[in-house]
Design a protein around this ligand. Structure first.
Ligand SMILES: [Zn+2]
Length: 298
């Protein structure tokens, strides 16, 4: 009997060690850098985040590599945007043999649709409205907590602090945009990545290229935009960090406008750049948009 008790005690003391597989940081793979940052904000040191489409990368046109398959194979969670953003991800997930949980960060967001030459298509760039990013954070927090219930309180605490930061950021964006007279609130960027931003913060965005960077604009579309820019006296145009500036440079030349610094729509900057986090991205873009809009009509 004594021997049996000793064995039980021994087994009990060993228990935490036998569960050591659970002690490694949760391995999270995010499809692109913006989602990777949101996962890091919630997970902190308790998660190890890897990103498939890194800083300045284009998640619309991304071609997965064999290394991505390996990254996914060993992961616990995959965080993707959904809304048709990463058309390549479901094939990659099934091909990789991934056995974890797929988290669709945009679940619960009210999607916007846009007319694309007569077809209604869903706009995937929902994170460009901070209220939506707060929903993303909730979804990521729930998924991390379900994967590691014993760390749920820690995730919740981090998520609450981050959410408070997002609330503050949202108020700041509204103040900055409201400082620009209504009729001057127009911005040109290279592709339609700011529809949610425009709706949330009352700015009209125009772009020669549609919702995805996969389709090149026609000469007629570009000419039409140039006419509109001239008529409305739009003085500065922007290109996104993940897009080529070529088209926007041509637009600026044709419409007598200048080209602004890159803005960040679908990808963050590298760590030493101006938009290394979601919050930094918003601060950077909003400052540039405000300066540009104050030149409009003059
Ligand atoms: Zn995009």
């Amino acid at each position: 009997m004594k021997k049996f008790l000793a064995l039980v005690l021994c087994a009990l003391t060993l228990l935490p060690f036998s569960a050591s597989a659970e002690n490694h940081p949760l391995k999270v793979v995010a499809t692109f850098s913006i989602l990777g940052d949101l996962a890091k904000q919630v997970g902190g040191d308790l998660v190890e985040v890897q990103t498939l489409v890194g800083p300045d990368g284009d998640a619309h046109t991304y071609k997965p590599t064999p290394r991505d398959s390996e990254t996914l194979y060993g992961a616990d969670l995959v965080v993707e945007n959904g809304l048709g953003m990463e058309g390549w991800v479901s094939r990659l997930v099934s091909a990789s043999g991934f056995k974890g949980v797929v988290v669709i960060a945009s679940t619960g967001v009210m999607p916007r649709s846009m007319d694309d030459e007569g077809n209604s298509i869903t706009d995937p760039h929902a994170w460009q409205n901070i209220s939506n990013a707060r929903i993303y954070v909730k979804n990521i927090t729930k998924a991390l907590s379900e994967a590691r219930p014993e760390q749920a309180a820690a995730f919740q605490k981090r998520a609450e602090a981050y959410d408070a930061e997002l609330v503050k950021l949202d108020a700041w964006v509204k103040t900055e945009m409201n400082a620009v007279p209504d009729q001057q609130r127009k911005i040109i960027t290279s592709h339609d990545a700011f529809g949610y931003f425009g709706a949330a913060y009352s700015v009209t965005f125009m772009a020669p290229q549609g919702i995805s960077t996969e389709v090149e604009p026609t000469a007629t579309q570009v000419a039409k935009l140039v006419e509109q820019m001239k008529a409305e006296k739009v003085r500065r145009v922007f290109f996104e960090n993940m897009a080529s500036p070529k088209l926007v440079k041509q637009l600026a030349k044709d419409a007598g406008a200048t080209v602004g610094q890159p803005v960040y729509s679908d990808a963050l900057s590298h760590a030493d750049g101006p938009a290394a986090t979601y919050v930094a991205m918003f601060r950077h873009n909003v400052a540039l948009f405000k300066d540009a809009m104050l030149l409009n009509g003059k």
